[in-house]
Design a protein around this ligand. Structure first.
Ligand SMILES: [Mn+2]
Length: 318
């Protein structure tokens, strides 16, 4: 499999590295590391319009200063590589179209729910992050990980493990982090850039959303709803909702936290977090995916109706 992937990369004239919708540190860090390895013939696709830009907190990553956006990407690639993209639904519109018709597609991921939608699928279900999958890939392929690549992989692992907190973390994850640190990266500075670098409006916005959260099933389940008017009131971007579900889960009594984001079309994007309950059977009912304790789905109903459907499901568990 590794040789096959290397061969495809070598043969390709132009490579598109696809990150998932609502890009996070894992998908962006993994794509950036891959771009640094492949070089000039590779472009990274960030699935937002150009005016929205790469999430501010990840702009410091090497290789993310010049990326393609949904409105600037063209059909000019003979190899597409999806990184950290759990299902084909996490690629939208035009890029999904070109992905489906391209003869050479690769899917590198760590989601257990990934069904292997590409021609070549390197999926290590249960790994901490796609960053760790790539770390193994580079080592197995005897590709030297440079300091810049190490920074990207470290951000991928750090952010996808909630700072090495989640149960997906193994001794190999720490070993990978340790080896990446030996490349000379400043892990303390990276953590500050990822976590202590938020705009004031993000925190005041989140404070209001959290204040209005609801608690049900004896405070075991917490949920918060965000509407387009909330977003406008604080003038925040999509990425500024990151962390709300985790904050609600950090409450002692809460096992499951749910963040519902309703858009202008009354479609609701749902992010779920749990402490002990496996979320995957529930999100799969709504065609979503993810991990046991961090998953998501999209429900084509207003948030108030979506939460009723979800609570009906969780009534069976809590
Ligand atoms: Mn990931």
């Amino acid at each position: 499999m590794i040789d096959e992937i290397l061969e495809k990369i070598k043969q390709a004239n132009k490579v598109l590295l696809i990150t998932h919708v609502n890009p996070d540190g894992d998908t962006l860090g993994s794509a950036a590391a891959m771009k640094l390895f492949i070089g000039d013939k590779a472009d990274i696709l960030v699935q937002v319009k150009k005016e929205v830009q790469v999430p501010e907190m990840y702009k410091f990553l090497p290789a993310l200063d010049d990326v393609k956006y949904l409105d600037t990407v063209k059909d000019e690639y003979d190899l597409l590589i999806a990184l950290d993209v759990a299902s084909i639904d996490r690629i939208v519109e035009f890029p999904r179209e070109i992905f489906n018709k391209c003869a050479n597609t690769i899917n590198i991921d760590h989601h257990k729910t990934n069904k292997g939608y590409a021609k070549i699928n390197l999926i290590k279900g249960g790994y901490s992050s796609t960053g760790e999958v790539l770390y193994d890939f580079f080592n197995d392929a005897k590709i030297e990980i440079t300091k810049e690549m190490a920074e990207c992989l470290y951000v991928a692992i750090l952010t996808d493990t909630g700072c090495f907190k989640y149960e997906t973390v193994t001794k190999d994850t720490f070993l990978a982090a340790s080896n990446l640190m030996q490349k000379g990266i400043d892990t303390s500075l990276i953590a500050k850039k990822c976590y202590d670098n938020k705009p004031k409006s993000m925190i005041t916005f989140q404070a209001e959303i959290i204040t209005n959260a609801k608690f049900v099933f004896n405070d075991k389940v917490a949920y918060a709803i965000i509407t387009p008017s909330d977003m406008k009131k604080y003038n925040v971007k999509n990425e500024h909702t990151e962390g709300i579900a985790e904050t609600l889960r950090s409450i002692k009594s809460v096992d499951i936290s749910i963040l519902l984001k309703e858009n202008e079309e009354k479609i609701t994007k749902v992010s779920l977090r749990s402490k002990t309950i496996d979320l995957t059977p529930v999100v799969e009912k709504f065609n979503g995916g993810g991990h046991k304790m961090a998953a998501g789905c999209t429900i084509r109903k207003p948030a108030k109706e979506a939460i009723e459907l979800l609570l009906d499901e969780f009534a069976k568990y809590v």
